[in-house]
Each structure stands twice: as C-alpha cells, then as structure tokens.
Design a protein around this ligand. Structure first.
Ligand code: GRF
Length: 187
C-alpha cells in the first residue's frame, strides 16, 4: 500500500513513522510547518497544498479536491493523517476506509482540535490516544487502537500533550505496521 502522510505541525509522529522504516511516498502539509523539514531529513518528497482561507469563505470541497489530486499524483493508496489541521470529510469519497487518523484522547471523549485542553478542563484522571479510520463524521470512525495515558497533578496542556504524544508515536507506528502486514485497514 503506497502511503501519503498529511501533517500541519512539528511532525514528530511523521518522524516516528519514517524512523520505523515505514515507506512513505509523499508528505502533504496545508501550511509551512516542521513536518516539511522532517520529510526532507528522511529524503521524502513534501508538497505544500496551502490553505489560504480560514474564515467562512474557505472552500473545503475545492481544497479537498486539490489535496486528493496531489495524493493521486503520487499514486497514494493509504492516507495517514498525522496532526493535519484541516478537516476534509469528503476525502472519503476517493479514499473510503483508506484514511487513518490519530487523536490525542480516548474517543469518543474529547473530539476535535482541543482534545488535550478539554480533557484537562474536564478534570479527568485518564485520557489517551485513539487511532481510527476516518469517516465522514469527524473523529468518529472505527477504532483500530487505543491506549490510556494518566493525567497528573500539575499538568499543563503542553506537558500532558507531550506525555500523550510519547504513546501516540509508538501506537500509531505499530498500528500502521499491522495494517501493512495484513494488507487491509480493518482487522
Ligand atoms: C498529535 O497529538 C495529533 O494527534 C494531533 O496533533 C499532534 C501532532 O503532533 N492532532 P506532531 O506534529 O506529529 O508532533
């Protein structure tokens, strides 16, 4: 399965995936970000499919079309979202059941972009990581793997997120390897 990774941030999950020897055809970012540098360090092509609109005028379908065209130009079969900051539900029209995502909480709790802060605000003692298949509904697709992470006294959003990401990098890599080994996303 030819893999394309989508990222918007520092790219530490991407780094873990590439360091584990998982072959990646292309990394696509929606903004200038650290993931591009990570790709370059591993000798992987990175493409910027830039998102320039953030308000109500953002044409999500058009953006998704550009993204899909870039994935297809690299003959990508499995899309791996690793901290991608643009919600693109219509990607499943082209890649049904072929998009993975990692989420820094135990879904279905704390969906959305602020999962770590919301877990902290809610006062939960345990949060974690969820690796799931992307469906039209955000953060709601079939769960492939989950692991708990404790919330500790004195945690800030940054400290807790880093503890979660330490688990996430390993769990995402293991899950992607399992998908490649069995040749299908769902067990
Ligand atoms: C991860 O925690 C991911 O779950 C979240 O954004 C973070 C990406 O981190 N949506 P990085 O860019 O891989 O370091």
């Amino acid at each position: 399965m030819r893999i394309g990774v989508l990222a918007s941030g520092g790219g530490t999950n991407l780094d873990a995936i590439l360091s584990a020897g998982i072959p990646v055809e292309v990394v696509i970012v929606d903004r200038p970000c650290g993931a591009t540098t990570v790709a370059a360090r591993h000798g992987v092509v990175a493409e910027l499919v830039e998102r320039t609109e953030w308000g109500a005028s953002f044409d999500r379908d058009l953006y998704t079309e550009r993204l899909v065209k870039t994935l297809q130009a690299h003959a990508v079969e499995l899309v791996v979202m690793a901290g991608f900051g643009t919600v693109v539900p219509r990607i499943v029209d082209t890649y049904p059941g072929q998009v993975l995502n990692t989420h820094p909480a135990l879904l279905p709790a704390f969906k959305g972009w602020h999962a770590v802060r919301e877990a902290l605000d809610a006062g939960v003692k345990i949060t974690g990581v969820t690796i799931h298949v992307v469906t039209e509904e955000v953060d709601a697709g079939p769960i492939l793997a989950q692991e708990a992470v404790p919330v500790l006294a004195g945690d800030t959003e940054e400290i807790l997120h880093e503890r979660i990401k330490n688990v996430e990098r390993r769990l995402y890599t293991e899950t992607i390897k399992a998908v490649l080994d069995r040749g299908s996303v769902l067990p």
